[in-house]
Write a protein that binds this ligand. Structure first.
Ligand code: MN
Length: 321
């Protein structure tokens, strides 16, 4: 990862097995599949992780992403789904680091179905080599939440992946400092609000909320937390500190539901627009600018969304015919 360019990078959000949308987006960005992998004469991709689970073409998505990375046409950081997969398939003292509960198995199902045992093992070994964060001075990238204190701790230990088995084991131990660190960087901090509930996709009542950590100030909870009831005017119990640095910061993970990709601020760019749930796969075309601009996103709508858009258009043409 030493020779990463400080410009001419296309940052791509969470893919989750949506290989068709990935190919469409790469082609829109001017990459072509030649020599067995996607490449561009003057640009490279930077992925933010979460290639697997949830989508119909996990194997194809992995082939494209890994093909680009091993051929020096792309870089990446690891996502929480790759990390979860490592833990799910690492057995220590007869027990997996991530339990095989019904819920965990369901989340991992499409990956388990897509890959044969040996293929999966090979990808797990590869996942262990993927960086947790990247900071080259001109930009920073992590899957979920950039927390400088934790990045500094990793740097001090010269750790930036899960190839060290002891670090991996500690990261899965809920009472260890390594757990807190990995949980924050790869999944983002969350806050429990006793007595205030929302219903998740499965209809389950929950009171743990993802924090919009890139915001700043004493905010209303509904403005600072994902899924928080919009009719509740309570103020957040703590002040958000925003982003301390001045270089652009890229991340994924938050499954934003906007109709079109939007920036979170002029230095904060979330790349995940939820292709796995009928949203879109987004890319930010970066040419080294230190102040990000909204016009530099490209997108591929999820196939389901494209189908419903086409149906609407057909409907409209029938009505106007
Ligand atoms: Mn994620």
């Amino acid at each position: 990862m030493n020779k990463i360019s400080s410009s001419n990078l296309d940052f791509i959000g969470d893919i989750h097995g949506h290989a068709d949308e990935l190919m469409e987006l790469l082609e829109k960005l001017g990459y072509s599949n030649s020599g067995g992998f996607y490449q561009h004469p003057s640009r490279k991709v930077f992925f933010c992780g979460d290639f697997i689970d949830r989508g119909p073409k996990v194997k194809e998505a992995l082939q494209i992403v890994k093909g680009m990375i091993v051929n020096d046409s792309a870089y990446t950081v690891i996502g929480n789904h790759e990390y979860n997969a490592i833990c799910y398939h690492t057995i220590v003292d007869g027990k997996p680091l991530r339990g095989h509960s019904h819920e965990n198995a369901k989340q991992h199902r499409y990956t388990l179905e897509a890959l044969a045992h040996d293929e999966l093992q090979e990808y797990i070994s590869w996942f262990k080599t993927l960086p947790i964060y990247h900071d080259n001075g001109n930009f920073k990238i992590v899957h979920a939440q950039w927390e400088q204190e934790y990045v500094d701790q990793l740097q001090a230990k010269a750790i930036n992946d899960f190839s060290d088995e002891r670090f991996l084991i500690e990261s899965a131990n809920k009472s260890a400092a390594e757990y807190k660190l990995v949980d924050c960087l790869l999944k983002g901090r969350e806050i429990q609000r006793p007595g205030i509930y929302f219903r998740d996709k499965g209809g389950k009542k929950r009171n743990v909320y993802r924090i919009k950590w890139w915001k700043q100030g004493k905010l209303l909870s509904k403005d600072a937390l994902f899924e928080f009831p919009q009719d509740n005017d309570e103020v957040m119990p703590f002040e958000l500190m925003g982003i301390e640095q001045s270089v652009p910061l890229f991340f994924g993970h938050y499954c934003l539901k906007d109709e079109k990709p939007v920036l979170q601020s002029n230095i904060a760019c979330c790349l995940d627009f939820c292709v796995a749930k009928n949203g879109l796969l987004a890319a930010y075309r970066w040419d080294g600018e230190q102040e990000l601009v909204p016009g530099k996103f490209l997108q591929a709508d999820s196939r389901e969304k494209q189908m419903s858009l086409t149906a609407q258009e057909d409907g409209a043409s029938i009505l106007t015919a």
